[in-house]
Design a protein around this ligand. Sequence first.
Ligand code: UGA
Length: 438
Amino acid sequence: MQICVIGSGYVGLVTAAVFADMGNHINCVDIDSAKIESLNNGIMPIYEPGLEGMVKRNVKEKRICFSTDVGSAIGEAELVFICVGTPPKEEGETDLSYVEGAAKTIAANLDNYKIIVNKSTVPVGTGELVKRVINENKKNGAEFDVVSNPEFLREGQAIGDALNPDRIIIGAPSKKVAMKLIELYATIGAPVIVTDVPSAELIKYASNSFLAMKISFINSIADICESAGANVIDVAKGLGLDKRIGSQFLSAGLGYGGSCFPKDVVSLIHTSKKHGVDFDLLKNVVKINESRVKKFTDRIEERFGSLDGVTIAMLGLAFKPDTDDMREAKSIEVVKRLQDKGAQIRAYDPVATENAKKIMPDITYCKSPYEAAEGASAIVIITEWREFRLLDMDRLKDAMVSPVIFDGRNLYDPDRKKGIGFEYYSIGRPDVKGQIRV
Ligand code: UGA
C-alpha cells in the first residue's frame, strides 16, 4: 500500500519503519526540516533498539523516504496516518493543535478518496474533530473517512511491540473502511478488535490508565510491606499469578514517568470531568505516583541526618531502561530534591546523558558507574538498566566514602548486598542496615 505518515516522532517513525518492512511504500513527513535532513543522512532522532537498522534497510530498498513535502506525500497515499504529538496543556487537557494542523494540511491536499488514520493518543471525540476540520477546510468534494487505530508500543521495545502487538484496535465508521486496515495488518497475526471510533479512542486511554493504576497500587502495597516487614516482590508474585490480575506492571519503585502515563492519566481525568464523571480513583493514582520521590529522598536524608555537602552517585537518568528519553524521568525530581537539601550529584546513564545535560546542566556527568561512585556516600539507583545488575561491588565500595545503596527499582537481592557489606535500602522490602565494613 502507498502510505503517508505525518509526524516522525516515536510513534510515526516506528510505524513508518514497520509498515515499510511489511512491504508497503511509506512517505514519512514532518515539518521539522532538521529532523528530516538527519533522517535522510541515516541519523535517528531517538535511541530505540533495532530502529536504525530497520529504517536503513527500507531506505535502501526504496520502501521508505523522508521529506517535508507533505502535499505530494498526501497526494500519492491511500492511507494517511496522523502520528503527531499530543502534549498536555496547563490543566492536563490534551493539546490537539498539532492534530488540527495535520487535519488542515490533509484538507488542503485532499484530491481523491483517502482513509485518514489517527494513531496519535487523542481524547475520545477527536475523530469527529478531525472529520469536521477536514470538511471545513477541503478545497473540493473529495471524500474521506476517519479511523482511530491507537498504538500500544513501549519505548525501548517499540519495534517488537509494533510487530507483535497483543491486539490491533480499529475504530472505523464502516466494515468496508475497517477492511482496508485489516488488510494492512494481515501479516501481523494479532487479535483484531473492530469497533467505532470513540470506543477505539477510549481503549487507548483506558489501557494506559489501568497500567498506571497497577503501578500506584503496588507502590501502596510496598509502603505497607515496609511497615509490616513483608516483601513486595513476593507479594507481587503471589498477586500476579492470579490470571485475572496478571504479573506485569507490578514492579514497585519510584512511580511511573515518561511521555505517556503521566499525561494520559491526567487527560482521562480531564475527559471524564467533561463527561460528568468524577474519576476519583484515577486522581488517587496520580496522587500516589507524585508522592513516591519525596518518600524516597526523605529516606536518604533520614539516613544521613543532613545531606549538606554529601556526594550522591546516581545510576540511571532515563525514565526507564533502553531509552534516552528524559521526559518526566524520576531522576529530574530526585536530583532537584537532593540538590535542594545540599547534596552534590555525580550521575551515570548508558545513553541518556546528552539529553539529561539539557535539563540538568549543574550535575557532574560520569563515564561509568565506578567514576560516579568516586567519593560518594551513597549510590542511588533510578533506572533499572541491565548493566547495573552485574556491577563489580568491591570496586564500587572501594571508590565510595561509605557503602550505602538506595535502590529505587529493586534491582538487587538484599541478602546478597548484606553478604558483601553494603547497607541497602530498597522499595517495599526489609532494609539491610549497619553492614558497613570499610
Ligand atoms: C506506555 C505503554 O506501556 C504503552 O503500551 C503505550 O503505547 C505507551 O505508553 C504510549 O502511550 O505511547 P512507555 O511510556 O514507553 O509505554 O513505558 P512503560 O514501559 O509503560 O513504562 C512507563 C513507566 O512506568 C516507566 O516510568 C516505568 O518505569 C514505570 N513502571 C512500569 C513501573 O514503575 N512499574 C512497572 O511495573 C512498570
